[in-house]
Design a protein around this ligand. Structure first.
Ligand code: FMN
Length: 194
């Protein structure tokens, strides 16, 4: 496992690019003066600079089918009412299960669960095999040993380009005193406080 390196302290809201000269009549070096849409490869490369935690979002459809997807798109939306979001690719095989389900759970992974993240990051008929699970609201599988569980009822689903944005109302949470798994530039690692 790769440790995420400490970064030099930057002023609040500063980025490396912020040091580039800007202002009236000045074009930062290397920047397109007439930008169009960013291409997916460039977008991925830039997104990789943003460190995230790693979750597995799990659900159970009305027919009992279970699904789980490794996702880094999780974030908070609203504090009151408590709402969260994550987004699922329209091409994901598990999309139909998530669309049919009333409940889902966000399992925030701990630093020793890199193998779990990999297990849920590729299509498989049997993702939950040999994995210790607990049973949550609506029979949704919860991954044992996770750093936190956020159990949700679907609030809404929204179109989001080639993804579907899933909004959940938080019904119940559980948080453990463990360390997080983090994701940066395609690698899993551990959090090092600055
Ligand atoms: C670190 C990491 C984060 C990911 N985040 C997302 C995500 O937020 N949304 C998404 O649709 N796929 C994401 N993926 C890819 C899915 O995990 C992958 O496509 C998976 O196969 C989907 O499950 P399914 O094939 O059972 O539908 C991520 C993969 C990794 C390794």
């Amino acid at each position: 496992m790769n440790a995420v390196a400490k970064t030099a302290a930057l002023p609040t809201h500063a980025t490396a690019d912020a040091a580039a000269p800007t202002g009236a009549g000045t074009q930062a070096p290397g920047r397109d003066p007439s930008p169009g849409l960013v291409d997916p490869a460039t977008f991925r490369a830039v997104l990789g600079r943003f460190v995230t935690g790693v979750t597995v979002v799990t659900t159970r459809g009305p027919d009992g089918t279970v699904a789980g997807v490794t996702a880094s798109s999780f974030n908070a939306v609203s504090m009151d009412p408590p709402l969260i979001l994550w987004s699922l690719a329209l091409k994901a095989p598990s999309l139909s299960v998530f669309r049919a389900a009333r409940y889902f759970a966000v399992n925030i992974l701990a630093d020793d669960q890199g193998d779990v993240a990999m297990q849920f990051a590729r299509p498989s008929e049997n993702k939950f095999a040999s994995l210790p699970i607990e049973v949550g609201i609506g029979g949704v599988p919860l991954i044992a040993g996770a750093l936190a569980h956020l159990e949700c009822e679907v609030d809404n689903r929204h179109p989001g380009g080639d993804h579907e944005i899933m909004i959940g109302r938080l019904l119940r949470t559980h948080a453990a005193e463990r360390e997080p798994l983090v994701y940066h530039r395609g690698k899993f690692g551990q959090f090092i406080p600055a």
